[in-house]
Ligand binder design. Structure first.
Ligand code: SF4
Length: 661
């Protein structure tokens, strides 16, 4: 007979939904939303519902695999782990532990996925990744401005007079915020969406502003100029709680509103409207995770922060520059789980440049990579270079539940347990501040094991088994340790399913910032207005812009969490090339036509789909598609770093396009 249990969505997503999971005969038979969850209230998206297909998929990896003469063969766990451990030992002795790269990402939001870091730290330290493909530049930007990246609690939005959703399609990526927006609108808030694509969120907006991709920072400069001209700035905040504004003022004075309007392709009257809106507090700004994926990504987020701060919308109910909420992740004892003090050697590659750095590394060279929680071959920019780097390794080990593009290149593939097959706690530092509990409900298929088991077995073979002599329960308890004094324990989570974390609902309300000065630090615009421009634009690179006249975005797919769901969709996915109306008219392209998209990094073929309302000269190809369905958009994207050194420049990408007859 079927039984229903509570659980939590493990996907790397804003919403971190509470789930109800039906189990019958040792098998997950249905996944639904948990109505009792205070934020997600029983509603989940298709990606969450498809977790049932994901865990039961016939494509799940059931046995460890070893590459022999170019093909995979089944190998016993005993042999696979013995051989991997022996190679790790040899590389450490011969070249040092830094000859091993740990490449990881965030495919699973379970807290104990962090045990991979514990393993590599206790091994002595390996070459690690810093920065992120996704939100790194923005996090760094907010750390420079505020001292950290904190957001207001979801319900605080009802205090806002206006809500600006800037570069964030919450209808696709943050469905519970979408519902809150509708409710806030119903209570009288004005909703403005700024985005190059008139997406589903824009459809519910009172005002929609389209902006040239990559020019949001310059648009923010225009708003700030108008805010000052109209004397709408918060003088008290500027004089008492901030520093650096006079330097920023020089940047603003170096460019006219007319030039800003011309370059951003936003009418001056819209910029003035936005300035007036910001001056009429409280205004909540909900910042997306796309605008920072440019060369100027850090500057862009800092300029948006500057508008929010100068207009007096920091630290007030209904305000905020809401980008990420790191208060959530900081509630847990991360260091107790990862033991960073145990590493003796240390080298970092940025996530963006991991392929290039793998190829160029000396003293020591990278001999081996261990991939956890990620699929770099599909997700890394400039995937041709990524393929070259991962193919050049003497040894590649991938732990995954499916044979991803990256796993297909591996020497050993280790099958791991998925959601519902092991106990963990789940949270997201992007939106709400609840931690959810997910119990073990079913056994993993075949011989698949939890990643914790794999680390423990390898640690045993490498001589540090004591660091892994803890049960899963003990490890989760270590993680929630700091919350015990607030009454949040594993026992309580098991019983109550979720708990509200003790975070500040209105961050920075005391205007005491975590910056060195204790004040809000305004972006100072070294390099002037040019620092607000993307790399690939006619304003910087005229010849490139002539050869490749279209801006390429690679936004989050609707039905897949990055590359995780495409292979489970009922209809075979394909490369959908979304193009703005003006491109379609110029090239005589209709929906369904075959097209080729290319630049100096690579090319991709796909099927055209015309975006009825998108900024001129804009193309989108959703990210995450694997090779068997036509290939990843990342054959086209650049692997440079954003201006604050940690983020990606995935969207800073010009391309050309033609119809294939
Ligand atoms: S993917 Fe996001 S919205 Fe969908 S069920 Fe999971 S947490 Fe909820």
């Amino acid at each position: 007979m079927a039984e229903v249990f509570h659980s939590a969505c493990p996907l790397n997503c804003w919403d971190s939904c509470g789930l109800k999971v039906e189990v019958e005969g040792g098998k997950v038979t249905k996944v639904e939303g948990d109505e009792e969850h205070p934020i997600t209230k029983g509603k989940i998206c298709g990606r969450g519902r498809m977790l049932e297909q994901r865990v039961n998929s016939p494509e799940r990896l059931r046995y460890p695999l070893k590459r022999v003469n170019g093909s995979f063969e089944r190998i016993s766990w005993e042999d696979a782990l013995d051989e991997i451990a022996a190679e790790m030992k040899r590389y450490k002795q011969q070249y040092g532990s830094l000859s091993i790269l740990h490449s990881h990402d965030y495919a699973n939001a379970g807290f104990l996925t962090n045990l991979d870091s514990r393993f590599f730290n206790c091994f002595g330290g390996v070459t690690e990744l810093i920065g992120s493909i996704c939100w790194g530049a923005g996090i760094e930007a907010q750390c420079q401005d505020f001292g950290d990246a904190y957001s207001h609690a979801p319900g605080e939005l009802f205090e806002s007079r206006s809500i600006i959703v800037w570069g964030r399609n919450v209808a696709r990526t943050n469905m519970h915020l979408y519902e809150t927006l509708i409710e806030a609108k119903g209570r009288g808030a004005k909703l403005v969406v700024i985005d190059p694509i008139a997406n589903a969120t824009a459809k519910i907006a009172d005002e929609y502003i389209t902006v040239k991709p990559g020019f949001d920072g310059l648009l923010a400069a225009g708003i700030l100029k108008e805010l000052l001209r109209l004397h709408l700035e918060d003088k008290k905040f500027l004089s008492e709680c901030s520093q650096g504004f006079e330097e920023l003022r020089k940047l603003l004075e170096s460019i006219t509103l007319e030039s800003i309007s011309n370059m951003t392709e936003v009418p001056q009257k819209s910029i003035t409207m936005l300035a007036k809106l910001y001056g009429n507090r409280p205004v909540s700004t909900l910042i997306g995770l796309g605008m920072q994926r440019y060369h100027n990504g850090g500057s862009t987020i800092r300029m948006i922060d500057a508008v929010v701060a100068a207009s007096g919308n920091v630290g007030i109910a209904g305000g905020g520059a809401n980008y990420a909420n790191r208060q959530v992740g900081q509630s847990f004892h991360y260091e107790g789980i990862t033991l960073p003090h145990r590493k003796k050697a240390h080298r970092t590659f940025t996530m963006m440049k991991q392929a290039e750095m793998m190829l160029q590394a000396k003293d020591p060279e990278i001999k081996m990579a261990f991939v956890t929680c990620g699929n770099p071959l599909t997700q890394l920019p400039n995937s041709s270079r990524a393929e070259k780097a991962f193919s050049s390794l003497e040894m590649l080990v991938v732990a995954d539940s499916f044979l991803t593009d990256t796993a297909k290149l591996a020497h050993y593939v280790l099958p791991i347990a998925a959601a519902f097959e092991t106990e963990d706690i789940y949270y997201s530092s992007m939106y709400h501040h609840y931690v959810n509990h997910g119990p073990k409900l079913v056994n993993p298929p075949g011989e698949a094991k939890t990643d914790a088991w794999i680390w423990g077995e390898l640690a045993k073979r490498l001589g540090f088994e004591n660091d892994f002599s803890f049960s899963r329960e003990e490890l989760i308890k270590m993680g929630v340790g700091p919350l015990q004094k607030r009454g949040i324990s594993l026992e309580r989570l098991r019983q109550e399913k979720f708990a509200e974390l003790p975070v500040d609902r209105v961050p920075w309300h005391d205007h005491e910032f975590k910056t060195e000065s204790g004040k809000f630090e305004f972006y100072q615009g070294e390099g002037g207005a040019e620092s607000l421009l993307p790399n690939e634009t006619k304003w910087r690179e005229e010849s490139i812009a002539t050869m490749y006249p279209y801006n390429l975005l690679s936004i989050h797919p609707m039905r897949s969490n990055h590359s995780q769901h495409y292979h489970l969709l009922p209809q075979l996915p394909y490369v959908k090339v979304e193009i703005s109306v003006d491109i379609a008219a110029k090239k005589d392209i209709k929906d369904g036509d075959s097209v080729r998209v290319w630049n100096s990094r690579g090319e991709l073929e796909g099927i055209a789909s015309i975006l009825k309302q998108a900024h001129p000269n804009t193309i989108n190809i959703d990210e995450g598609l694997s090779r068997r369905f036509g290939g990843t958009v990342n054959v086209l994207t650049p692997d440079l770093e954003s201006d604050n050194g940690m983020g990606s420049t995935l969207y800073d990408c010009l391309v050309n396009l033609e119809k294939i007859c």
